[in-house]
Design a protein around this ligand. Structure first.
Ligand SMILES: [Zn+2]
Length: 346
């Protein structure tokens, strides 16, 4: 039986770090294990321009714990007024690694997102030309579409037309939650990839709704039926290069989650690697963990993989606090519902 595993230091290809006191509180949870992260731009106001991304990067670097080696990979928030020349310059300087598409109203702080996709055509064409990936929150926001169907409808109604109109556009379908999404990524060729979160490998919709509402399992896209969760596990652990880890770790203070209108997001930065080692071991795929967390993502983003290694070792159940304290309030850690035996050695 495998008791330890040494792999390249992983990256997180979809992460929310927030700003201010929350940033300071959650950043060490990511930098402890991860070398780089694609940092989501959905602040208030959002990170739209290259100059705003540079300023946000400065704030992240200033909040790094002493001695941490971590590279935030910055992302611009696509709006209907985004300037293609600014995107081009921000990518050319090496600062910005992706642009994020939020359909207006899809999730936390997405009010500035795109309503009319014709208005972003010029930006998308520039991105296709320079090879800059578009990260997509793949849900329609049409209130007539059932929340459990919004990802599948988005593929047909929004993503496929965008990709057909913009040949060569490189796209990451983020936090895939359905079999339809997985199949879309698989069929998308070399310019298409998908990220999978930690929590969607663990929970289905029953975890949120059965036996009482569990706000800490509520996220967007919302967890789907068990058949979808099993398909996601198969995709994550199956060794397909088009899938890699994007935790979508999304901290909210507990008061904002445990409320009459609770915020969407699961906070998994702290225990993601232990959870994933558990999942991959269960699936008999520990030898594929490195590809999922440390190789497939850099390959898609055309970045070198990390040279540094980390070691995971199996031992006594990991003792983690139920919540981490931040200057913006306590943040409850995602509870996978089973003991975690895999420790990341420091
Ligand atoms: Zn997210």
């Amino acid at each position: 039986m495998t008791q330890s595993l040494t792999i390249r230091r992983p990256d997180d290809w979809h992460l929310h770090l927030r700003d201010g006191a929350m940033l300071e509180g959650v950043l060490p949870e990511t930098t402890r294990h991860f070398a780089r992260a694609i940092v989501m731009p959905n602040l208030v106001p959002p990170v739209v321009t290259g100059a705003e991304a540079a300023a946000y990067r400065e704030r992240i670097m200033a909040a790094l714990p002493a001695g941490a080696r971590f590279e935030p990979l910055m992302v611009l928030y696509l709006t209907e007024t985004t300037d293609p020349a600014d995107v081009r310059a921000a990518a050319a300087s090496g600062l910005v690694k992706a642009v994020k598409l939020y359909p207006a109203g899809a999730t936390t702080n997405s009010a500035s997102g795109v309503r009319d996709f014709d208005r972003v055509r010029g930006v998308l064409e520039t991105m296709a030309e320079i090879g800059l990936p578009l990260c997509v929150h793949g849900e329609v926001t049409d209130p007539a579409v059932d929340i459990f169907d919004r990802e599948a409808v988005f593929l047909e109604r929004v993503l496929e037309p965008i990709r057909r109109a913009t040949p060569g556009l490189r796209v990451v379908l983020e936090h895939v939650t359905t079999r339809e999404g997985l199949d879309y990524v698989r069929g998308g060729g070399p310019d298409m990839a998908g990220t999978l979160t930690t929590h969607h490998l663990i929970i289905n919709r029953n975890h949120i709704l059965a036996g009482g509402i569990r706000p800490h399992y509520y996220c967007l896209p919302v967890a789907k039926r068990e058949t979808h969760r099993l398909a996601l596990r198969e995709a994550a652990t199956g060794g397909e290069g088009c899938f890699f880890l994007g935790t979508d770790s999304a901290p909210h203070a507990d008061a904002a989650k445990e409320s009459a209108c609770g915020c969407a997001g699961c906070f998994t930065a702290t225990n993601t690697l232990s959870i994933l080692a558990h999942v991959f071991e269960e699936e008999g795929a520990l030898d594929r963990l490195e590809g999922f967390v440390a190789l497939n993502g850099p390959a898609f983003y055309r970045l070198p993989p990390n040279e540094e290694r980390i070691t995971l070792r199996k031992g006594e159940p990991l003792v983690l606090p139920a919540r981490i304290e931040t200057g913006a309030g306590p943040v409850t850690l995602f509870d996978p519902g089973f003991p975690l035996l895999w420790h990341v050695e420091s």
